[in-house]
Design a protein around this ligand. Structure first.
Ligand SMILES: Nc1nc2c(ncn2[C@@H]2O[C@H](COP(=O)(O)OP(=O)(O)OP(=O)(O)O)[C@@H](O)[C@H]2O)c(=O)[nH]1
Length: 333
């Protein structure tokens, strides 16, 4: 477990921060309660600290952070109900930070259920000091929970949006290099689970520098856009299309064997040659394709497709090389 994990895992960071804050925040109360002879409340506080500490340790040691977050939220909520029963209003005031913590630490639906239960149980105690106090307590707690719900919803939406933007090439709308390894991992796992083949192609435009140099960067951008549109048109929604950088792209095709990859690659090559013109100049593409083989890693698989693409370039460009060793077999235009 490295400190880097905290940078990448917001839920883990929140669990740790909240755990440390709660445990240190409760400690003075524990001392006070034991010093003033409130043994039940003191022991309760220690039990809450121990539960939260165990859940934090579980998350820090690489456990499921969603489960750890839910556990911390459950411990805090249970503790809040118990402290409210034992101490009345002063104990029940812990409900406000607990409601916020529920929505920060647990999944929204679980947090909502937990919060409703906690508010109901805390407000059911006789120790709040009369109907007005209880009514005020319930309304303010409901408002805090409502705001926390909306905040959690909006944050989740924005996080999802940002993840989508971060994974996408802004020019072509293709997925970018960032998520490729994850996608290859997932495709390999799925192929191994189902036993169906999965193909990968690397596609690189030929002489693209010349399009840029002679017609300008904007004309180059237009060609990249046209190319991406064409690949999308010729492939299925379930296929994944990536821009690896510059004029180099990758296509991941679940369910495709070597023959299917050859057909798809040839269809793309043919369409690019016939339908894309970079301001008068013909544009072509070289494609290296392969399928996943037993023992492949995402790196070895991509490398094989890349090597096939370079071979297509070396052999004159505007062609397809399908590499599927062993046994060695290559199909070309
Ligand atoms: N218009 C445009 N050009 C880009 C972009 N990204 C990279 N390039 C250009 O793409 C060109 C890629 O050049 P090369 O890798 O030599 O590609 P090529 O000319 O197709 O050469 P071969 O692949 O060997 O056929 C360079 O001129 C880059 O400046 C982009 O987003 N838009």
């Amino acid at each position: 477990m490295s400190i880097d994990r905290l940078k990448n895992d917001l839920r883990l960071t929140l669990i740790l921060m909240f755990g440390v804050l709660t445990i240190t925040g409760i400690t003075p109360f524990v001392i006070y309660r034991f010093a003033s002879g409130q043994w039940a409340a003191g022991l309760l506080d220690i039990a809450i600290q121990a539960g939260i500490g165990a859940a934090v340790l579980y998350a820090w040691r690489g456990g499921d952070v969603d489960r750890a977050g839910l556990l911390v939220a459950v411990f805090c909520s249970t503790g809040c109900v118990a402290v409210g029963q034992v101490m009345g209003l002063p104990g029940a005031l812990w409900l406000y930070p607990v409601l916020l913590a529920n929505f920060l630490l647990a999944a929204r639906s679980a947090a909502a259920i937990l919060s409703v239960l906690t508010v109901a149980l805390v407000s059911a105690t006789d120790a709040l000091g009369g109907a007005i106090n209880t009514g005020t307590f319930v309304v303010t707690a409901a408002m805090v929970a409502g705001f926390a719900y909306i905040f959690s919803y909006r944050t989740e939406e924005q996080r999802r949006l940002l993840e989508g933007v971060a994974a996408m090439d802004p020019l072509t709308g293709a997925l970018n290099r960032r998520g490729l390894d994850d996608e290859l991992d997932a495709a390999m796992a799925e192929a191994m689970r189902t036993g169906s083949p999965v193909g990968l192609a690397v596609l690189d435009l030929d002489g693209f520098k010349q399009v840029n140099d002679e017609n300008g960067h904007e004309a180059g951008d237009a060609v990249l856009l046209e190319f991406a549109g064409l690949v999308r048109e010729l492939t299925r929604k379930s296929d994944r299309f990536f821009r690896l950088g510059g004029d180099e792209f990758a296509l991941l095709v679940p369910g495709a064997d070597a023959d299917a990859m050859s057909r798809i690659a040839q269809a793309v090559r043919h369409a690019v040659q016939n339908r894309i013109a970079g301001n008068g100049q013909p544009v072509t593409v070289s494609i290296g394709a392969t399928i996943m083989l037993p023992g492949d890693t995402p790196g070895s698989w991509l490398h094989r497709a890349d090597t096939a693409m370079y071979r297509a370039k070396r052999e004159g460009s505007n062609r397809v090389v399908v590499s599927c060793p062993p046994p060695a077999g290559e199909g070309q235009r």
